[in-house]
Write a protein that binds this ligand. Structure first.
Ligand SMILES: [Zn+2]
Length: 146
């Protein structure tokens, strides 16, 4: 590719003079095409390895998450409690419903905590042997925050 030093217009290589202002064209070397991936010995700048997950934090996050999932059952148990009360089931039925509504979020929370704790500990061990999961990160395009 060639370029006119006067007006900046670009021409194919076979041209030698600018058609507009008659100046001698100068050849321009095309910018090198970026090679895909890093050169040998270089790092992928956008790749990250997940080498460690904090077990306690993972347990805490999953405990809260699963406690919320456990809440899904609460309306059913409250319904059972209300029906029990209306059909004369009396105190035991109502109590059973309330206990059920509390029981599931608590049990799910405990299970989530243990799952997160143990899962993270096991992952950390496996990551040490294998290098861990590899992620690719890109800058997100600018847009309104939501
Ligand atoms: Zn020109």
């Amino acid at each position: 590719m060639k370029k006119c030093p006067g007006c900046g217009r670009e021409y194919p290589d076979e041209f030698s003079v600018c058609a507009v202002d008659g100046q001698t064209l100068q050849s321009v070397t095309a910018p090198p095409v970026a090679a895909p991936g890093p050169a040998p010995g270089q790092y992928y700048q956008t790749r990250k390895l997940l080498t460690y997950v904090a077990p306690l934090r993972a347990g805490l996050v999953l405990a809260v998450l699963y406690a919320f999932f456990g809440l899904i059952f609460a309306p059913f148990f409250i319904l059972i409690a209300l029906i029990g009360k209306q059909t004369g089931g009396g105190f035991p039925a109502a109590l059973g419903g309330v206990i059920g509504a509390i029981f599931f979020p608590v049990v799910y929370g405990i299970a989530g905590f243990l799952g997160g704790l143990i899962g993270a500990a096991v992952y950390n061990l496996v990551a040490r042997w294998t290098g861990g999961l590899e992620f690719e990160f890109r800058d997100a395009p600018q847009r309104p925050v939501y």
